[in-house]
Design a protein around this ligand. Structure first.
Ligand SMILES: [Zn+2]
Ligand SMILES: [Zn+2]
Length: 313
């Protein structure tokens, strides 16, 4: 079980539910709320993870959609079958979720349908959502998709930015990506104050030194685009093999375990994974965008930060 921050838990993501899943967060409390809910492929595993936190799908009151893509929201229709969960999303990504448009939902990348889901409310820039006593500010950050939003909240004095695919999401006109909008969105995020960040596809982890990474993403934006990479579904076997290999590495007892370094991300959407020894702060630089990930439960991350070693080198 992983915690991003006290009060917010990661329930879904490529390390937890399914390799194609985006990260989903649970804000526990009287009105259990998810930020994104992952894909149809990961739904069974999402239920398993919710159960580990003491919840069932029927308990979920609402889902805040960061944007209308398959890996973030295609499980919503199923969740709505099993609960009264309401879906909130930005207007600009609304229609694709209601229709399941295979291009606009990016479902074509996965060769799977996007079951249309009911949208119950809209998110607008400047909204402040009170979710179980935590305030989440909504920032409209289009670019990856027209309706992408980022959320900022504060837990025990730590400002957390949930940037979703605004950081590290893929670009393509087919999903209505816009470099011009994306530049403005990153500039908008750079004006914000935040201490730590999570993205839509990182392992369950907090990214410290977050502002620098957003700045580097801003510098990187639009520098290079290679359209010849394989879509997700055609590289699925390779992804599974990679996961198995990492499992084997993790099974080797410390101190004999090597620090296995994943190959650089070949697409913007693929998570670059750091495989570290457990319970030791390992800071490792990703080869594509320079992200440094700290794969630790948050208490250890706080400890490392307190010792002054939590800042990426
Ligand atoms: Zn995504
Ligand atoms: Zn996306």
């Amino acid at each position: 079980m992983w915690y991003v921050c006290w009060g917010t838990s990661v329930t879904s993501g490529n390390r937890l539910t399914h390799v194609w899943d985006a990260s989903a967060y649970l804000i526990a409390g009287d009105e259990p709320t998810l930020i994104d809910c992952g894909s149809t492929e990961g739904y069974a595993a999402l239920k398993r993870d919710l159960k580990s936190f003491g919840y069932a799908p029927k308990d979920i009151k609402r889902v805040i959609g960061t944007h209308g893509h398959w890996d973030h929201l295609s499980a919503m229709a199923k969740l709505q079958e099993e609960s009264d969960a309401q879906l909130f999303i930005h207007e600009a990504d609304r229609r694709q979720v209601e229709t399941g448009d295979p291009a606009l939902t990016a479902a074509y990348l996965y060769n799977k349908p996007f079951p249309p889901a009911r949208v119950d409310g809209l998110l607008t820039h400047g909204d402040v959502l009170d979710i179980n006593g935590y305030l989440f500010e909504v920032y409209h950050t289009p670019g990856h998709s027209p309706g992408s939003v980022s959320l900022r909240t504060e837990f025990h004095g730590l400002k957390l930015l949930i940037a979703a695919d605004t950081i590290w999401g893929g670009y393509h006109p087919r999903i209505r990506s816009s470099l011009e909008d994306w530049e403005k969105s990153l500039d908008r995020l750079l004006e914000l104050e935040f201490d730590v960040m999570t993205t839509g596809h990182c392992p369950p982890a907090l990214i410290f030194d977050a502002k620098r990474h957003v700045y580097e993403a801003r510098q990187q934006l639009g520098v290079y685009w290679n359209p010849w990479f394989k879509p997700f579904h055609s590289s699925f076997a390779a992804t599974i093999l990679k996961g198995l290999l990492e499992s084997v590495v993790q099974a080797v007892p410390f101190p004999f375990r090597p620090i296995a370094r994943a190959r650089p991300a070949r697409r913007a959407h693929r998570t670059s994974v750091v495989c570290s020894t457990a319970w030791r702060p390992i800071y490792q630089r990703d080869n594509s965008l320079g992200f440094t990930e700290i794969r630790l439960p948050v208490r250890r991350a706080f400890l490392a930060r307190g010792l002054g070693s939590g800042t990426a080198q």
